[in-house]
Design a protein. Structure first.
Length: 131
């Protein structure tokens, strides 16, 4: 399972939680937002591929929170969650952790490949709003 691979599972978890903690308590940057976006993309894709399908709506809700917070941050110069957004992102991180416990390395490779193809095809929603 992905969670059992030190360079993958542990590093993924640490990056996501560090980004979340920095946004909540530190001096966050757009890179912290991007880390949470990546976490959400992986969680959504794994869910769509059958790993945590029952949590898809909560994942989508959290992704919207990340997008909204990122857009506010670009406008105001400060990346911060509202209280409701924080709760939804915490749940996203818990869902992602649970997915990493059951997803195989191959599942993760397929998810990452799919995400890359979606981004290359212009199907990803950018934080920077285009006019």
């Amino acid at each position: 399972k992905v969670a059992d691979v030190p360079e993958a599972g542990i590093k993924l978890r640490l990056q996501s939680y560090e980004a979340f903690d920095t946004i909540v308590t530190g001096k966050p940057t757009k890179e912290h937002v991007d880390t949470l976006i990546s976490c959400g993309n992986v969680a959504e894709t794994l869910a769509r591929f059958g790993c945590g399908t029952d949590w898809l709506q909560e994942i989508m809700d959290a992704q919207k929170c990340i997008l909204d917070m990122g857009r506010r941050g670009l406008k105001k110069g400060s990346f911060r969650f509202t209280g409701d957004e924080m709760q939804k992102i915490r749940l996203l991180l818990e869902i992602h952790d649970a997915q990493l416990e059951v997803a195989t390395v191959r599942d993760m490779e397929k998810a990452l490949d799919y995400i890359a193809k979606q981004i290359m095809a212009g199907r990803a929603t950018p934080v920077e709003e285009t006019q």
